[in-house]
Design a protein around this ligand. Structure first.
Ligand SMILES: Nc1ncnc2c1ncn2[C@@H]1O[C@H](COP(=O)(O)OP(=O)(O)OP(=O)(O)O)[C@@H](O)[C@H]1O
Ligand SMILES: [Mg+2]
Length: 207
């Protein structure tokens, strides 16, 4: 595998998409092409599964939810991520396996081991070279500060306690996984962006 794989993780509304956009602009302007994608989604089948997962009209048990994410991931890995990595490209993804560990494994209580098993076949050998973890307590996320908490998303609509557990799950992953980089976001989006660039350059993933 000659390409490199970067993942952004963190709780809802902490600025992942904002930072991905800034990274994309930087890479474009500095002549470093990359494939930007997101989970769940990134392919027609996976986007269809995403709509099913996030639809508030369904009641979905934790284990079924974990399988649905793994289903979307299996398609995304095979159709988009692995082909790009084999071509030697840089792939940047908004959420990946760690979200399943934090949300279904930790917050929903399935345990990390079950998530590992459910995702084993979905992943092939696909593993991030670096996970940028935007380390911000969801209780004080930027979106909350902006007063925009109303959403149609089934998972985002979960309780403050649930999102607090997700955050705790991420903290455990960050402690255990040396490829995690925790970035505490700053009020200046551009300052956070610079921290992320620095971390990725230090690891030789971008120039
Ligand atoms: N450093 C920052 N300072 C102030 N506001 C910010 C900052 N970063 C992001 N925001 C704002 O917070 C909101 C949430 O950001 P964003 O959508 O990037 O979060 P996210 O992590 O992608 O959320 P989700 O998981 O729901 O997709 C947006 O309105 C964004 O403009
Ligand atoms: Mg986002």
């Amino acid at each position: 595998m000659s390409g490199k794989f970067i993942v952004f993780e963190g709780c809802e509304g902490v600025g992942k998409s904002t930072q991905l956009r800034l990274l994309k602009d930087y890479l474009t302007e500095s002549g470093q092409p990359a494939v930007f994608t997101r989970e769940p989604g990134g392919t027609p089948v996976a986007e269809a599964v995403r709509n099913l997962i996030l639809d508030k009209s369904y009641e979905i048990s934790p284990v079924v939810e974990a399988y649905l994410f793994a289903t979307a991931r299996a398609d995304h890995v095979r159709q988009v991520i692995m082909p790009a990595l084999r071509r030697g490209e840089l792939v940047v993804c908004d959420r990946f396996l760690s979200s399943s560990y934090a949300y279904q494994g930790y917050a929903r209580g399935l345990g990390f081991e079950m998530i590992k098993q459910i995702n084993a076949a979905a992943l092939e050998d696909c593993k991030p070279d670096c996970t940028i973890f935007i380390d911000m307590d969801p209780a004080i996320s930027w979106r909350k500060q902006n007063g925009k908490t109303i959403t149609d998303d089934r998972i985002e609509n979960e309780s403050v306690e649930f999102h607090g557990k997700v955050y705790e799950g991420y903290k455990r992953l960050a402690e255990a996984d040396p490829t995690f980089v925790s970035v505490a976001p700053l009020p200046e989006k551009s300052a956070t962006h610079r921290l992320i660039l620095e971390a990725l350059k230090k690891r030789g993933l971008i120039r």
